[in-house]
Design a protein around this ligand. Structure first.
Ligand code: ATP
Length: 650
């Protein structure tokens, strides 16, 4: 049933102001006899004196010392000139109404001139002085300018703040917090059931729900309720979702906003918004404040501030620190914040007493991905027997948001193909599309380029098939996709620690493409750009971050505090810099030589694979097995880390 009753808009509407101003303006004119209020024709003082000297004027009435009303003699009224003047004024004339009116400057001067003329010409013209009072007219004429000025001012302010007539008039709320409030009246609630996986994080935030629901349980023993928790993790891992679930479970008002909502072009607005946010939250306590992307205001102060331009951000952060200190442990307001970059946050923000807890929300592992798939598959019409284990295996490194996207994309692909249900192939296509971009079957490519791409991709496939630690291959394609002309797709093992031999094998496989071009055509090309980029980064990380180079030694130049982010000064000498460059080059060249050697030894198999690829365009693991035989390496299965879980399983 639709609810047609709309709440009345009782807001003070800008149209009212304009309407009132127009009505007042018209009223003023009517009362003061401006528009259509008089029937006399107008004249000028000099013309009037001409009429006077001719003896045409019977009476002159001087009103309010500024206006003269002129009455003609009966004889003069019939004169052609006056008749003509009246015709031009288009106004009907009543018998008792004046024939002319005009305004003069100084009343004394005018009166003297008038009396002199009458005396000089011995006229019988009557003079009458009158004061007309029009209280409305006087009042209106005094306040109308102010009303108009106020109207124009409100109009300009509304335009500046982006609100049209009838809009919110945000300029008046500029210092108010922009937080969205989700409270118990909201119908769609997020609960912990909507958050799949993330068990550790869920456990920690569950405690926060308990703090809000039963604070006395903790305070009775002398404990203090934490003031804040910081959710840290890569994008799309469900930090916002988790915070919403806390609010849904705690059944507490939830103020949600992003760090950038504090910042405005006006000085002092950020701090004022922080104050207002905390005030609102305290008024509704127990409540939760959620600040997404807190790094927008919470970056370490005093760094990279060469121009002084981010003072406003610092003021906002200072106010946030003060507020978090200022509210007591008994106010029942908990601040949750989320960021992808905990390393750049100000240390003062992270200290105990503010964000007491840091909750890591990591990319989901294979089991968690399965659970996330199950959540997002619920609303889809899927084909029978769709294997979520298989889907989670195919999506290493995907975040929760990526998985939600895969499910949606798969449904769209199935719909495009007029299917009744979403099947496994739709999911695989969706994964490919998300990783590699859209297929571009019509891309124009010459046969020799296509051949080069086929050998390049076959080179990757051959080398990775033969190396123990390289990621297992899923498929190889030479259909252009996104910006690439071909691709070899791997299923990387999900490793928590990586050994140097694993890194080296991966680099060797990445260089397999260029090595194949060299072995087959004895020419290299620009096609290896992304491979070289990946390999160079990896080699640099081995030497300067992980301390895996014998020559440079067991040291790292990585700075987790982010203080040396801009790298103006290198933390090593010129000699070490040279050594690092040499080591990086050495690692890469060794792996390239290794790939070339492997491919030279297996040139026939490489050629066979490339020919199959040219014919089929997409080949899978089975095609490789047909050429190379089964891969002799066993992939170690991952097990749960916690012994408690192990017991449960047993
Ligand atoms: P960002 O750091 O970019 O703000 P985030 O970590 O806050 O990202 P969310 O906005 O919470 O990510 O997640 C985006 C979407 O991804 C969610 O709306 C949800 O559909 C899906 N998602 C992410 N993680 C999960 C999960 N664990 N369970 C179910 N859905 C998830």
């Amino acid at each position: 049933m639709s609810n047609d009753k709309k709440p009345k808009n009782t807001k003070f509407n800008a149209y009212w102001i304009y309407g009132i101003a127009i009505v007042l303006f018209l009223g003023f004119n009517i009362f003061s006899g401006g528009i259509g209020g008089s029937s006399e024709g107008s004249t000028t003082p000099s013309q009037f004196f001409k009429f006077l000297r001719n003896g045409d004027v019977k009476k002159v009435e001087i009103v309010n010392k500024r206006k003269a009303l002129v009455y003609l003699t009966t004889k003069a009224s019939n004169k052609e000139i006056h008749k003509k003047n009246k015709k031009e004024s288009f106004l009907p004339t009543a018998a008792s109404s004046p024939d002319y009116q005009f305004e003069f400057g100084d009343v004394q001067l005018f009166q003297k001139q008038l009396e002199d003329t009458i005396k000089e010409r011995q006229l019988e013209t009557d003079l009458d002085f009158k004061t007309e009072t029009n209280p409305w007219g006087d009042l209106l004429s005094s306040i109308l300018p102010f009303i108009l000025i106020i109207g124009v001012w409100i109009f300009i302010m509304r335009r500046m703040s982006g609100g049209g007539p009838g809009g919110g008039g945000q300029i008046f709320n500029i210092g108010k917090s922009k937080a969205k409030l989700f409270d118990e009246n909201l119908e769609t609630k997020t609960t912990f059931e909507d958050v799949a996986g993330l068990e550790g994080a869920k456990e920690e935030v569950q405690e926060i729900v308990d703090f809000l629901k039963h604070p006395e349980k903790y305070t009775a023993l002398g404990g203090k309720i934490p003031k804040g928790a910081l959710l840290v993790g890569p994008p799309g891992t469900g930090k916002t979702l988790l915070a919403k679930a806390v609010a849904g479970e705690a059944k507490a008002p939830f103020f949600s906003l992003s760090g950038s909502d504090f910042v405005e072009m006006f000085v002092g607005v950020g701090a004022s918004r922080v104050r207002d946010l905390f005030k609102q939250a305290k008024d509704k306590s127990p409540s939760i404040i959620f600040i997404d992307e807190i790094d927008a205001i919470g970056r370490a102060r005093g760094k990279s501030n060469f121009s002084g331009s981010n003072d406003e951000r610092e003021n906002t952060l200072n106010q946030l620190l003060t507020e978090m200190d200022g509210f007591g442990t008994n106010t029942n307001v908990i601040v949750l914040a989320a960021t992808n970059r905990a390393d750049v946050l100000d240390k003062a923000l992270m200290r105990a007493g503010r964000f007491d807890r840091q909750i890591y929300v990591d990319l989901p592992d294979i089991r968690e991905r399965k659970e996330i798939f199950e959540v997002h598959l619920k609303p889809l019409k899927k084909s029978k027997g769709l294997d979520t284990d298989f889907l989670s295996k195919q999506t290493p490194g995907f975040s929760g948001a990526d998985i939600a996207n895969v499910c949606n994309e798969a449904a769209l692909i199935a719909a495009r193909n007029n299917k009744k249900a979403v099947d496994k192939q739709d999911f695989l296509d969706a994964v490919d599309r998300i990783i590699g971009g859209l297929e571009k079957k019509n891309k124009i490519i010459t046969p020799s380029e296509k051949r080069a791409v086929a050998f390049h991709e076959a080179g990757h496939a051959t080398v990775s098939w033969m190396l123990e630690h390289a990621s297992p291959l899923v498929k190889v394609t030479i259909v252009p996709r996104g910006r690439s002309l071909g691709a070899a797709w791997y299923l990387p093992e999900e490793r928590l620690i990586v050994r140097p031999e694993q890194m080296l094998d991966e680099m060797c496989a990445a260089l397999g493409g260029r090595a194949a071009e060299k072995v087959i055509f004895d020419k290299i090309s620009t096609g290896a750009l992304s491979d070289l980029e990946k390999v160079t980064k990896q080699a640099r990380a081995m030497v300067t971050v992980y301390g895996l180079s014998d020559k440079v030694g067991n040291l790292t130049y990585y700075d987790s505090s982010g203080e040396n982010e801009f790298g103006f000064s290198k933390p090593y000498s010129e000699r070490t810099a040279e050594l690092i460059d040499k080591e990086i080059s050495n690692i890469i060249e060794t792996q390239y030589e290794r790939a070339v050697k492997l491919l030279e030894d297996n040139k026939d198999k490489l050629t066979e694979l490339a020919e199959v690829l040219l014919k089929k365009e997409v080949i899978f693991k089975d095609n490789l097995e047909a050429i190379f035989g089964k891969r002799p390496f066993v992939v170690e299965e991952a097990v749960k880390s916690s012994p408690k879980n192990k017991e449960e399983e047993e």
